[in-house]
Design a protein around this ligand. Structure first.
Ligand code: PLP
Length: 383
């Protein structure tokens, strides 16, 4: 059976170019990049080159890139590393709709005894910018952490506007953004947005699983979470996974380059998916901003089919070869409805009916068409 993968926000397949780089580096290198001998220096050169490529693609300096084990670790290093050093006694301002990794970091901050405030969203998943700015400017806030794009419903949040509102203020809070889902789908402008810290994950852009990137603006002091060797500028000890990092750099570079073209294509697919869904299931509801809104991810469509349980539907669609998710992949095993949809004011039953479809580089119009047809057929089945 030809499977239809419409779950690219969970992970998107490894790009052939990244796979080729991974295998080439794996075959060619046997050294530890921290060793001073020739094998070590060869590994170091590959790591340096990967860092340069990532920095160039993000339009930042090589020294501002820290490789981690994934987006989750990057977020923890950014949030905890910026707030927990003794010098920063202030608290965290974040949102109620962060990915589980951001929620987890916020919980750790809370357990350390510091104040945490979580900004709510409206029924379309939008933050109130005026409230966000007013709160972010409060002296008790040491770090603001706002995701650039929501992984479940696809809202794009006004990170740049918050960055500008904080800029040049004396003793201002630092600004971190979880840009894991934004990268390669919409432009991520770290300098223009005035962010101090930003997190990324390679497997969301066609790189291997298990590589994350933290951007740390020069001059921002961070405490490492782990203690050990001096790798990654002393911020992230542990021998770097050189082949995976090299592959991640290739994927990230291509994803950023191809992003604008793909976004146009995905927008067309999203519109088409929504049109076909409305035709086959007229009671379907869209979660997040309207399908043509500018503040939504071009590749993500989250819908509710009243009366159907999202997780049951995911399992049923899987049997038919269609891969989607009910909310985020990380929460799929949980019986709790999505915290994002609850924050948007949906009732628990409504939130349980959600289905997320997300596109990638390999998604074609026929995938969308076939998925809607199968969904319509399942909808007709007696229950
Ligand atoms: N942040 C967002 C918005 C995500 O969608 C994800 C992955 O689902 C993560 C963070 C975590 O990234 P990783 O899987 O690399 O730990």
């Amino acid at each position: 059976m030809q499977r239809i993968h419409l779950d690219h926000n969970a992970t998107t397949p490894l790009r052939p170019e990244a796979r080729a780089e991974f295998l080439a580096v794996l075959d060619a290198l046997g050294g530890n990049p921290s060793s001073v001998h020739a094998s070590g220096r060869a590994a170091r050169a590959v790591l340096d080159r990967a860092r340069e490529r990532v920095a160039a693609a993000l339009d930042v300096h090589e020294d501002e890139i820290v490789f981690t084990s994934g987006g989750t670790e990057a977020i923890h290093l950014g949030v905890l590393g910026a707030l927990l050093p003794a010098a920063r006694e202030r608290g965290l301002l974040t949102t109620a709709v962060e990915h589980a990794a951001g929620l987890g970091a916020a919980e750790t901050i809370e357990r350390s005894g510091r104040p945490v405030e979580r900004l709510g969203v409206d029924r379309e998943g939008r933050l109130d910018l005026a409230v966000a700015i007013e709160r972010a400017r409060r002296p008790a806030v040491g770090l603001v952490s706002i995701q650039a794009a929501n992984n479940e419903v696809g809202n794009l949040h006004p990170v740049g506007e918050v960055g500008h509102a904080l800029r040049d203020r004396p003793n201002r809070a630092l600004l971190h953004t979880d840009a894991v889902q934004a990268l390669g789908r919409v432009p991520v402008r770290l300098r223009e947005w005035k962010v101090d810290l930003a997190s990324f994950s390679a497997h969301k852009v066609g790189g291997p699983l298990g590589v994350g990137i933290l951007y740390r603006r020069k001059g921002v002091s961070l405490a490492p979470l782990l203690r050990g060797g001096g790798q990654e500028g002393g911020l992230r000890p542990g021998t770097e996974n050189v082949p995976a990092i090299a592959a991640a750099a290739v994927a990230l570079e291509l994803a950023v380059r191809e992003g604008p073209e793909q976004a146009v294509r995905w927008r067309g697919l999203a519109r088409e998916l929504w049109r076909q869904l409305l035709a086959s299931c007229p009671d379907v509801q869209l979660n997040g901003p309207p399908i043509d809104a500018d503040d939504r991810l071009p590749n993500t469509v989250n819908v509710m089919l009243p009366g159907l349980d999202g997780r049951t539907l995911v399992a049923r669609l899987d049997l038919e070869g269609v891969e989607v998710s009910a909310g985020s992949a990380c929460a799929s095993g949980s019986l709790e409805p999505s915290h994002v949809l609850l924050a948007m004011g949906r009732a628990r039953e409504e939130a349980r009916a959600a289905l997320r479809l997300s596109f990638g580089r390999t998604t074609r119009g026929e995938d969308v068409h076939n998925a809607v047809e199968i969904l319509g057929r399942i909808r007709q089945e007696p229950r």
